[in-house]
Design a binder for this molecule. Structure first.
Ligand code: HEC
Ligand code: HEC
Ligand code: HEC
Ligand code: HEC
Ligand code: HEC
Ligand code: HEC
Length: 357
């Protein structure tokens, strides 16, 4: 593929050979006519990507089946405060400006696509596969007063969008009673608190058992270890990035990212089922306590208006964080268990019995 570039270099050096054999200098002549614009020399790289052996078509097909392509929220969330994560244009404008303060709302909003994550059609060479946002990310929400950094290889790209949003104002542990101003409020970290949970640094921890600091699933390459592992057709892994696929009517988990560590592939389903059952049980108990306390409305799935003990609102925020993460505990099993156990115990001390007891 590189021979095209070498050809370009030859054309340029041929021009330089013309200058030689000088006589005495004559008078300065008039300016000549402007030359034409010439070949920009950029079209030469097209075939580095657009060729029959490139994986581009397969990746494109995987992406087309993904939530990034089909989720539809580039339309719904095409507003100030949302476009930086929900539209391709908004994310690229954020990268160009280095701030989310003044991002315009695009009139033709696009879902996350190849050009959101790669510098497509920038230099028109395969260097354009470089990621648009490769560096370490400082997350929006601090932990114990300190910045939280996500620096895990090619998954840094994911972290800017898949992180907790700040809750402001927020209750503090054992702090003053906290008022949730309106019914149906979406108070919480938003829909993608994945990075914060994987690092085990979420802001609403309650006192009780110590939170484990070791997460076997906080891998060196982060999200891509599991979500971009060897794909199952177009339906999961690779550039689909989802992990569940339908296999003849059965919801199936893609395990190609797991087996490097879990060498016994057949054991994985049993472990996942046990973890899922445990997390669902804890979530169910905490939900019952929060419902009784009047913080949570199970009919809407959202918070209720009222003034509550600060720790009860923190317990709700932990519930909401785990719910929105949607990994059923898998992103950080021990930490997520502790977050829920301490929330359940806290609700008990506030007088809301644990249904399991
Ligand atoms: C870094 C690899 C890369 C290079 C180099 C490259 N392209 Fe593309 N091109 C892409 C990708 C990725 C897409 C989007 C494919 C998709 O959405 O499935 C694309 C799409 C296109 C399309 C479809 C319309 C569009 O913009 O989505 C055209 C036409 C095109 N490229 C022409 C070119 C030409 C001409 C060149 C050379 C001047 C070139 N490309 C160089 C990667 C590349
Ligand atoms: C959400 C972000 C994201 C989107 C959208 C995305 N990619 Fe990627 N792509 C990545 C990441 C991250 C990697 C590196 C994966 C790894 O390290 O295993 C990658 C790797 C690649 C590679 C290998 C690059 C290399 O240097 O060898 C190609 C080719 C590629 N993507 C093509 C595409 C095409 C074509 C599309 C659109 C159909 C696309 N990508 C959309 C994030 C994305
Ligand atoms: C520019 C922001 C952005 C980046 C970068 C990004 N995502 Fe996403 N991701 C989203 C949004 C927004 C959605 C939901 C799309 C919708 O609903 O329209 C989503 C959806 C997903 C989903 C599907 C969730 C579901 O409910 O089906 C997975 C899995 C996912 N992303 C993983 C990743 C991974 C892994 C990376 C990095 C390789 C990544 N994302 C990079 C914004 C991003
Ligand atoms: C920091 C990045 C970020 C910002 C800012 C953001 N979102 Fe999201 N949003 C996401 C991600 C990532 C997902 C996908 C989560 C998933 O599917 O697991 C998502 C998902 C959603 C969903 C789908 C929820 C569902 O249950 O399927 C809606 C609706 C949504 N966002 C609306 C908004 C609105 C409205 C705003 C602005 C007020 C906004 N978002 C701001 C990252 C963001
Ligand atoms: C150790 C493997 C692993 C790692 C690393 C990992 N995930 Fe997951 N993730 C999972 C599994 C397993 C699920 C549950 C799959 C399901 O139910 O759809 C999941 C679920 C999700 C979901 C919800 C998917 C859905 O369809 O509802 C999102 C979004 C997500 N992960 C994003 C991320 C992001 C972003 C990162 C990196 C910050 C990450 N994950 C790191 C394994 C992993
Ligand atoms: C980087 C290595 C690594 C990867 C990749 C990995 N795991 Fe694990 N996982 C571990 C280790 C280590 C443990 C703790 C020992 C054990 O239970 O096997 C563990 C534990 C688990 C547990 C039990 C957690 C508990 O406390 O109940 C489940 C379930 C699990 N892994 C599922 C998965 C799935 C599904 C994937 C792929 C999507 C995956 N793992 C990928 C290393 C990994």
């Amino acid at each position: 593929m590189k021979k095209n570039l070498k050809f370009a270099a030859l054309v340029v050096s041929a021009g330089l050979i013309m200058a030689s054999c000088e006589g005495p200098m004559g008078p300065v002549g008039e300016d000549g006519p402007k030359g034409d614009k010439g070949d920009p020399g950029t079209t030469l790289g097209c075939a580095e990507c657009h060729n029959s052996s490139s994986p581009m078509s397969a990746f494109s097909a995987q992406w087309s089946e993904s939530t990034h392509a089909r989720g539809g929220n580039a339309a719904y969330a095409n507003r100030a405060g949302c476009v930086q994560c929900h539209t391709s244009q908004g994310f690229l404008e954020y990268l160009a400006e280095g701030s989310t303060a003044n991002i315009s709302v695009p009139s033709n909003p696009m879902q996350i696509n190849c050009a959101t994550c790669h510098n497509i059609h920038d230099t028109y060479s395969d260097a354009d596969w470089a990621l648009t946002n490769p560096g370490a990310q400082t997350l929006e929400v601090k932990y114990a007063g300190a910045d939280v950094i996500w620096d895990k290889g090619s998954s840094n790209q994911c972290a800017f969008c898949h992180q907790s949003r700040s809750v402001n104002p927020a209750p503090t542990v054992n702090g003053a009673d906290f008022t949730i101003a309106s019914n149906g409020t979406r108070i919480g970290p938003h829909h993608g608190p994945n990075t914060n949970l994987i690092l085990g640094k979420t802001p609403f921890e309650l006192p009780g058992e110590a939170h484990p600091t070791n997460n076997p699933h906080s891998t060196a390459n982060g999200c891509v270890t599991c979500h971009m592992s060897t794909p199952y057709g177009y339906l999961a892994g690779g550039h689909n990035m989802g992990l569940m696929y339908d296999s003849h009517g059965t919801e199936t988990l893609l395990k190609t990212g797991c087996t490097t560590c879990h060498t016994n592939a057949t054991e994985i389903d049993g472990k996942v089922n046990a973890l899922t059952a445990d997390i669902e049980d804890k979530m169910g108990r905490l939900e019952a306590q929060l419902t009784e306390a009047g913080v949570y409305n199970p009919a809407t799935g959202l918070a209720k208006a009222g003034t509550f003990k600060a720790n009860a609102v923190l317990a709700y925020l932990n519930y909401n964080t785990v719910k929105e993460d949607r990994s059923n505990g898998l992103h950080n099993p021990g930490y997520i268990r502790t977050l829920l156990d301490n929330s359940i115990a806290t609700m008990e001390t506030l007088g809301f019995a644990d249904p399991a007891k």
